[in-house]
Design a protein. Structure first.
Length: 64
């Protein structure tokens, strides 16, 4: 199911969506909304990279 971002608000008998909402819809609805100019496609979210500090582990060595 593709996701689209609505550019305008819309409502019906059993639903209501505000401008900027991200909604799931089937392929036919997504194509129709995009062609009508009331929605824009959303691509798959890119993988987020996080900066993580690598820590070194040290073992204590006993001197005998």
């Amino acid at each position: 199911m593709p996701k689209v971002k609505l550019l305008t608000s819309m409502a019906g008998i059993d639903f209501s969506h505000n401008q900027g909402d991200l909604i799931d819809c089937n392929d036919a609805e997504a194509k129709r909304y995009i062609e009508a100019g009331i929605a824009e496609p959303i691509s798959a979210p890119a993988k987020v990279e996080r900066a993580v500090k690598k820590t070194k582990t040290r073992k204590a060595v006993s001197e005998e």
